[in-house]
Design a protein around this ligand. Structure first.
Ligand code: AMP
Length: 436
């Protein structure tokens, strides 16, 4: 199957060829003809399947076929995060480069002024996060009455992040007659409810089972005392010659600290999390993609929607509280058919989390002890969570995390709690004796 056989126009085929894509991915094979024929679509597809092109290419084609109505937007793509909005916006520009369609992104964290002036000049395609979009509507900057085409991208994440009311408010502002596409990595009762209210006789497309990424990626766990994790990570990066590594921490504070520590070990690193400005995040991502920075340390929330091609290595510096986050994390590697490795540094207090992850995956993760590290004893102070105040550790039971707000909670918790103890970074760092 070729892109030309899917019915795409010459302008779009040129843009696709320029990206070096030789054949459409399964989601593209199924979605593109359905969307071109004008149908609503309910698609189950994860990041990495080529889902963005699957809706962007036919959307661009349909918009370019109908006459321009002027200043008001005709297509709206809603995304959960500003990173994803920026990336979808970039795809729209890339694939639409030979078409006379104007697009822009609307998201928070940057000034409203430039977005307002761009809206005034006129735009065909809006890629937006729901909150800022509604801010513009509220200020009278935006009229959504001419929208012909609506895409909800990563709808499950939008619901997880509590955007359902914003989405419903946006839907009320749209004309009744329009084409609707809903993309979601997972299905839940909430997604079904949303889809039922939104989609007319949709074509259902399902391209990959939920945990397919987990099956593609080679996974390994290294047992290690918490206080020796940083040294082991530096050792793995340096001895393995890893030149592009995405590292996950649970907290913003932990991400910052780890990035600084890696820099001290001579490994270029940047942290990306919710406290960073949009400019800082974009810069960190660009540096990481260009190879100027070898290691990107991220929290789960910040990593959502990051589009990084064929990332070879993902490291769970700390295991997530919820197994599904593990699946999302390792989904960042082994993308678009390439293989990747996901390594988890597992301290004794995280063994229960690892067991929970293995239950969700339906398989064991191989455990490998690393000589010179895994056999190092933990000191008394090392086995507590890095970002918990000391007084809480002994006197209170572990905090319960609710699945819906788990990652937000972890980030906020880190911001609110002062560090409960001081330790010289790297003071307990062991000398590596041998490699894997
Ligand atoms: P997505 O699932 O939209 O995040 O896309 C994952 C990655 O696959 C992106 O980096 C795309 O550039 C890439 N991609 C999309 N379609 C194709 C294709 N047909 N062939 C090769 N790579 C693709």
């Amino acid at each position: 199957m070729s892109f030309a056989e899917l019915g795409l126009s010459a302008e779009l085929l040129r843009a696709v060829a320029a990206q070096g894509y030789t054949q459409p991915t399964p989601i593209q094979v199924q979605s593109i003809p359905a969307i071109l024929s004008g149908r609503d679509v309910l698609a189950g597809a994860q990041t990495g399947t080529g889902k963005t092109a699957a809706f962007t290419l036919p959307m661009l084609q349909r918009l370019s076929q109908t006459s321009d109505r002027g200043r008001l937007p005709r297509a709206l793509v809603l995304t959960p995060t500003r990173e994803l909005a920026a990336q979808v916006g970039e795809s729209v520009r890339t694939y639409g480069q030979h078409l006379p369609l104007r697009s822009m992104q609307i998201f928070g964290g940057v000034g409203m002024g430039p977005q307002t002036s761009q809206l005034r000049r006129g735009v065909d395609i809006l890629v937006a996060t729901p909150g800022r979009l509604l801010d513009h509507v509220g200020q009278g900057n935006l009229d959504l009455s001419q929208i012909e085409f609506l895409v909800l991208d990563e709808a499950d994440r939008m619901l997880d992040m509590g955007f359902i009311h914003d989405i419903r408010r946006v839907l009320k502002l749209l004309p009744k007659k329009r084409q609707n596409l809903l993309f979601s990595a997972t299905y839940s009762r909430e997604i079904e409810l949303l889809a039922t209210g939104l989609l007319q006789n949709p074509q259902r497309i399902e391209v990959a089972r939920r945990n397919t990424a987990a099956e593609l990626v080679s996974q390994l766990a290294h047992p290690i005392a918490r206080e020796h994790k940083r040294a082991l990570l530096s050792h793995l990066i340096q001895s393995g010659g890893w030149d592009q590594v995405l590292v996950f921490t649970r907290t913003k504070h932990g991400a910052n600290r780890l990035a600084q520590q890696l820099e001290r070990d001579g490994i270029t690193a940047a942290a990306i999390h919710g406290n960073k400005s949009q400019g800082a995040r974009t810069r960190a991502l660009a540096d990481f993609k260009s190879g100027a920075v070898r290691t990107l340390v991220a929290t789960d929330i910040a990593a959502r929607g990051l589009d990084i091609d064929r990332l070879p290595h993902v490291v769970n510096f700390e295991l997530p509280n919820v197994p599904e986050d593990y699946v999302h994390r390792i989904g960042r590697t082994g993308r678009a058919g390439s293989n990747g490795t996901a390594v988890s540094l597992v301290s004794p207090d995280e063994r229960g989390l690892l067991a929970g992850i293995e239950r969700v995956l339906g398989r064991r993760i191989d455990s490998q002890r690393i000589a010179g590290f895994s056999d190092l004893p933990a000191t008394a102070a090392s086995e507590s969570a890095d970002d918990e105040p000391a007084r809480n550790r002994s006197s209170q039971p572990p905090r319960k995390h609710h699945a819906r707000t788990r990652s937000d909670g972890a980030e906020r918790g880190a911001a609110q709690h002062p560090r409960g103890r001081s330790r010289q970074p790297g003071s307990a760092r062991p000398k590596p004796r041998a490699s894997v």
